[in-house]
Design a protein around this ligand. Structure first.
Ligand code: C2E
Ligand code: CA
Ligand code: CA
Length: 721
């Protein structure tokens, strides 16, 4: 059915009309002439679609040369004689009988066969083209780096990771879709190769950024080791892979798409150097103390977690020592902070000398240091370490012309004798340090379990808490979140309060950990969720503007198998639109079984629920993970906000967190904002919202109602007469 006419191009604009067909046997490009084409399964068609799912004569392309200078195509379903195909055609997802094609249109013939129509101004590098009229590329491409990249030996490759289809982040799919719609115009480099390492296709963006690709081929740093790493992973289930390649100072993320039917590997390349740098800076800052340069608490947590993991099933011991300088505050107050800072640095320097190679020392708090001493074979060894530390600090310090004499106290706990988890080891070493303080200056104490006293206290508290739920002693307070651009209340966070009959108001920090330990948090958490939804509905019924309310979730709740269904039930019972419910989750919660958690979080999102990462910066997660989490909002923890007005280090962390969040399209809330100066800094850094005492503390429901009413009413009062 192909006519003999041969006006190949749109002569005026030199545009080529290309149809890229992808069927189970691979993909081909057809350069379209100003003529009629039939498409279908039968070999008699001008363009054969090699799938059993398409009709013998499935569709027809008709040229429309209304103006001499240009040629367009209309696609119709079925043959020119009017016989329709069995299953029809979808154009860009919509069923059509007839459609005038424009650039990028996708035509679906069956679930395994599709085509993309493109207008292309140069055809130099299109492979397997249906015409020999190739010519050299003369297009200028938008957004392409004009400086070709310095292509030298790669420094390192990250191992290739396989990504299950349901875990593919949106930006991956976007890249792939972009490719399908137009590899030639895509500003991102794209390379295709087969399983024996022959390059089949290089798009113009790749050629422009990596001119050596054509010469070096498979030996180019971007492709080195690719097959070795990829081939063992290739199987029909997984189609997406990712790895990073560092070349000189740049890092490239390679999104690798394997197409099993034609065994072609497509590599999409993105320069992620800036993102990596930002992540590295933030990670360093988050893990280190600015004054002494020592690692910090967060680092200690991670280090201990890792160490314990390594020692599982091994007979090795290690000790955690807590060292505190006696009356450091006195030095700070009388001689000034700068002398205090000098002293801390000198103490840190002296202690460092005593560390063995694998030992780690962190700055735990203002005048507290924590030391992890490895390979401990006896308690005597720990005593010796502690004594030599105390001893070394008894010699006077010279700080800014002042001769300073200090004393210290040290407490220690031993893994696994005193505890086997991170929190327990730290808590026990800290308790031991306080016991040492009670003993007097320059003393050392091991942790001594005092089970009896502790368990008695716990038991009575546990009973009290159990009763609190039954006796309605638990209350919800709500803390407003303010939008920095409008000054309006745009959200609330629910914070639990326990009003005990005789003990008075007990803060959540004192009972939530116990509730978690005893499992009571499940009942309490369910109560908070239901109560919050009812409160939200009640405010909406009063005609107040609907507002989003955040509820804190505990890890124990998310570990419940039936959490999702109980949440659904609460939403159904209370009739709250899930868009007004936000769940606040800490990084630690997500990091506990990441894969499973991401699936669960996606379920929440599917229901319409909003998600935020709470206390960001204090947890254990790597920033890299953030982009894979389906969250809307990131809440920067109070510890970064506290000194933001005068501590550049903290300000830089917050700035980086805000920038990174915005690049991932996340909303950012700063927590614990207490002063107008902090608000001003946060506004200048582009922070979206703030929560803190500078605006409001957590307030009871009736006070919130008044605040919301002051912001305006949407509809007539429905509840009250
Ligand atoms: P969070 O989620 O980080 O909540 C914010 C805490 O910071 C609240 O303490 C709040 O009163 C306090 N805060 C807010 N603005 C400021 C400020 O400007 N300055 C200072 N210094 N503090 C501020 P709160 O109410 O004591 O809650 C402590 C923690 O208890 C919460 O931390 C949350 O982790 C937990 N919590 C509270 N309610 C619940 C709950 O219903 N369920 C669960 N699982 N945890 C809860
Ligand atoms: Ca929270
Ligand atoms: Ca928080």
């Amino acid at each position: 059915m192909r006519s003999e006419e041969s006006s190949t191009l749109d002569t005026k604009s030199m545009l080529h009309h290309v149809l890229t067909v992808e069927d189970p046997q691979g993909y081909r490009n057809f350069l379209l002439n100003n003529t009629t084409y039939s498409l279908g399964r039968s070999l008699e068609n001008a363009i054969t679609l090699r799938s059993n799912l398409v009709s013998r004569q499935h569709a027809t392309l008709l040229p429309l040369a209304s103006q001499k200078s240009s040629c367009f195509f209309r696609i119709i379903d079925g043959s020119l004689e009017g016989k329709r195909s069995t299953n029809g055609i979808l154009i860009n997802g919509k069923k059509r009988f007839s459609h005038i094609l424009s650039h990028g249109d996708e035509i679906l013939f069956s679930k395994d066969t599709k085509a993309v129509y493109q207008l292309i101004s140069a055809i130099a590098s299109i492979p397997k083209l249906g015409s020999s009229q190739n010519q050299t590329s003369n297009i200028s491409y938008p957004n392409i780096k004009t400086q070709p990249f310095d292509e030298t030996e790669p420094l390192r490759f990250s191992p290739i990771q396989s990504i299950p289809d349901h875990d593919i982040p949106a930006h991956f799919l976007k890249t792939v879709n972009q490719f399908i719609s137009s590899p030639e115009l895509n500003p991102r480099p794209i390379i295709e190769l087969n399983l024996v390492g022959q390059i089949l296709y290089i798009n113009p963006a790749a050629l422009s950024q990596f001119p050596n690709l054509e010469v070096m081929r498979i030996n180019h740093p971007l492709l080195q080791e690719l097959l070795v790493q990829l081939v063992p992973l290739v199987n029909p289930v997984s189609k997406f892979f990712v790895r990073e390649v560092a070349i000189k100072d740049n890092v490239f993320e390679e999104i690798i798409h394997f197409m099993p039917w034609n065994e072609v590997i497509r590599v999409h390349i993105a320069d992620v150097t800036k993102r990596k740098e930002a992540e590295a800076i933030i990670s360093y800052q988050i893990h280190h103390d600015a004054l002494t340069g020592l690692p910090n608490r967060k680092y200690l947590h991670e280090h201990l977690t890792e160490t314990i993991k390594k020692l599982e099933n091994k007979e090795q011991r290690f000790a955690v020592l807590f060292l505190d300088i006696d009356r450091f505050k006195l030095i700070n107050d009388s001689l000034g902070h700068s002398i205090g800072d000098l002293l801390l640095n000198s103490v840190s320097d002296r202690l460092k000398i005593l560390l063995k190679q694998d030992d780690v020392m962190v700055r735990w708090g203002a005048d507290e240091f924590a030391i992890v001493a490895k390979e401990i074979y006896s308690t005597d060894a720990v005593v010796q370490i502690a004594e030599s530390m105390i001893q070394s600090l008894t010699l006077p310090f010279n700080c800014g012309g002042h001769e300073l004499h200090i004393t210290t106290c040290i407490g220690a706990s031993i893994y696994p004798d005193h505890n086997t988890d991170v929190e327990g080891l730290i808590r026990n070493a800290d308790m031991a340090m306080y016991r040492a303080k009670a003993e007097g200056q320059n003393s050392f104490q091991f942790y001594v379990p005092n089970m009896q006293e502790q368990s008695f206290q716990r038991l009575s508290m546990e009973n009290n808490l159990r009763r609190a739920l039954e006796n309605n002693e638990l209350l919800t307070y709500y803390q407003p979140q303010i939008d920095l651009s409008t000054g309006k209340i745009v959200g609330l966070e629910v914070l639990l309060r326990w009003k005990h009959v005789s003990l008075g108001s007990i803060p959540p920090s004192q009972f939530i950990p116990l509730a978690e330990e005893t499992g009571l948090i499940i009942a309490i958490g369910t109560w908070v969720l239901r109560h919050t939804c009812l409160q939200a509905i009640s405010w909406q019924n009063m005609g107040l503007h609907p507002i989003q309310i955040g509820v804190n979730l505990s890890i124990k709740q998310l570990q419940q198998k039936d959490f999702l269904s109980s949440l659904q039930l609460i939403l159904e019972e209370t009739n709250l639109d899930p868009h007004f419910l936000e769940l606040e989750i800490t990084e630690g919660i997500v990091m506990d079984n990441v894969k499973e958690k991401i699936i669960l979080l996606n379920e929440f999102r599917k229901m319409g629920i909003q998600l935020s990462i709470d206390d960001f910066g204090t947890g254990y997660s790597s920033l890299g993970y953030l982009k894979n989490l389906p969250v809307n909002t990131l809440k920067i923890d109070r510890i970064f906000i506290e000194y933001i007005t005068y501590n550049e280090h903290d300000r830089a962390i917050v700035a980086s967190i805000i920038n990174l969040s915005h690049s991932l399209h996340l909303n950012v809330i700063a927590e614990g904002v207490e002063t107008q100066e902090q608000v001003d800094v946060l506004r200048s850094l582009g922070c979206d919202q703030v929560q803190g005492y500078v605006f409001y503390k957590a307030l009871p429901a009736d006070e919130i109602e008044a605040l919301l009413r002051a912001q305006g009413v949407t509809k007539p009062n429905q509840l009250e007469p």
